[in-house]
Design a protein around this ligand. Structure first.
Ligand code: ZN
Length: 254
């Protein structure tokens, strides 16, 4: 069982009162030693120069990973630091996101990765008030509840470790989104979320009609929501995310 000890030698030079830095150092260390790259299966390493983000990278394919660790359950919002910096990173150099959750006794209970191609400026929410002493400095959060469940690829879920094959299968399933244009991703995400809200593995096209009002509100420029839903389902079918059960508009999530 992995153990994130506060007395870990990796944190020995960090002042005891700087809890956040200690947690950052030991969770990065733990991740580099226990988690493999979901893209090429190779090992991860910590960046030598300490940067506020860009915590880890793959020693083979060089992909960067940002790690967020917390004792709390990630249900809604994840702190994303300065708003402008978060938007710049997402626009210019998005990174895959690791999320680590640990328990009271510093055991890792959950670990997941969200691929970088999910991140669009839309999911970063600017906090309403600027910092007290810096009127133009706004903090931000990532709206974690807006991320479809199928985008959260779990390595560890409630203390249960997934096999390498399971993790890679999940990664492969959504990899097609890497190639999608930012402009078309919004609709794909929305339809994926609608399908998840149905909370069933098989569904009929008409069942998605309950989301028409919600989708019209979100996409006021579109007057043809029903054909748009059909078009997105077709796209998800072409990408092997869904399949037809029959030719009567019954679908199955793969
Ligand atoms: Zn890699």
């Amino acid at each position: 069982m992995p153990y994130l000890s506060c007395n870990h030698p990796i944190a020995k030079n960090i002042p005891k009162k700087d809890t956040q830095q200690i947690i950052k150092a030991i969770t990065e260390h733990w991740t580099a030693n226990n988690i493999f790259c979901p893209i090429c299966w190779s090992s991860l390493d910590k960046h030598k120069i300490d940067r506020p983000i860009n915590d880890l990278f793959c020693i083979d394919c060089n992909n960067d990973f940002e790690l967020k660790a917390s004792k709390w359950k990630f249900t809604k919002m994840l702190p994303a630091g300065n708003y402008q910096k978060a938007i710049d990173t997402i626009t210019n150099k998005p990174m895959h996101l690791f999320v680590l959750k640990y328990s009271e006794d510093y055991t890792v209970t959950n670990f997941l990765v969200v691929p970088k191609y999910f991140f669009t400026s839309e999911i970063v929410k600017k906090r309403p008030n600027a910092l007290k002493d810096r009127p133009n400095y706004f903090m931000s959060d990532i709206n974690f509840s807006n991320i479809p469940e199928s985008w959260k690829i779990h390595y560890i879920s409630n203390w249960t470790y997934k096999t390498r094959t399971e993790i890679l299968k999940e990664w492969e399933k959504i990899k097609f989104l890497e190639k999608e244009k930012a402009s078309s991703k919004g609709w794909i995400f929305d339809i994926m979320i609608c399908i998840e809200k149905l909370n069933k593995n098989e569904f009929h096209l008409k069942e998605l009609n309950i989301f028409i009002d919600e989708l019209s509100y979100k996409h006021p420029e579109n007057n043809n929501i029903e054909p748009k839903i059909r078009q997105q389902l077709q796209l998800l079918r072409n990408k092997w995310y869904l399949e037809f059960i029959d030719w009567k508009w019954n679908y199955r999530v793969l």
